[in-house]
Design a binder for this molecule. Sequence first.
Ligand code: HEM
Length: 261
Amino acid sequence: MAKSVRRQQVETAITYPLDWIEERSGLVGAVRYFLFRNVPRDTDWFHTLGSATLTAFIVQAVTGIILAMYYKPDPNSAYESIQNITNHVTMGWLVRGMHKWGASVFIILMFLHMGRVFLFGAYKYPRELNWILGVLLLVTGMFEGFTGYLLPWDQTAYWASVVGINLNGTAPFLGPWIASILRGGSEIGPDTLSRFYSLHMLVLPAAIAGLIGLHLYLVIRLGVSSPPWSKEAAGADRPEPEPSDVRAGLVQPRPRGGVAE
Ligand code: HEM
């Protein structure tokens, strides 16, 4: 049946800007590839833990940006600014609560996701590099939590940071140096607060976002692994893909089982 003129106009209005972007960037094709790529048919709820972790990170980023608009990283006003956010800023209690509890949710989800990857053996060839990126994400994620804990500048925050910094200070050889870098001097004070604030809202979120980008790039490039009980799991009896189908790198990977050609 012929399309009505009206419908053709609507379709052109929608596809024209998309075609314009696609022709100049290839981005539409990339998004289409991302959304419609094949995943194993027997993926299950355990495979959603990575996306859940990503969602938790995005919530932390959005609530953190809002908090940064009201927080004052100075020992004389940090505590009051937190009280102001909690008691006076519209919905401030909610945003602060989401950020505070969301931090634990983020860390817990990261561990659950890592546990899933470990128990499913999804860290094995060819996903070792993604595991290494994951470990870096775990370390930066926990450092993010540590630096955020000082910011309310109350007794709990102060003494928890004293303990954390002193613990690091007991590391062999590098300990005293690490402790001094974290403190920004010989005592915990205004410089420590500025330092933790800068790390917490600039350096670490940027590092985590970059690492997540690389992590997801590898997830898309390598594909999601099947559960270990799957008939399609690695090691199951099925033909090897031709090396040329897999990837074109400087070094061609050996087939599973490690038999050299
Ligand atoms: C900010 C933290 C993290 C985010 C946002 C994240 C996100 C994701 C997503 C969306 C996937 C694909 C879906 C899935 O398998 O769940 C994935 C897969 C993977 N992640 Fe993470 N991840 C994080 C931390 C970690 C950690 C801590 C590890 C391990 C140390 C890790 C190792 C892996 C591996 C090896 C895969 C591939 C799994 C497969 O192909 O089945 N990730 N990640």
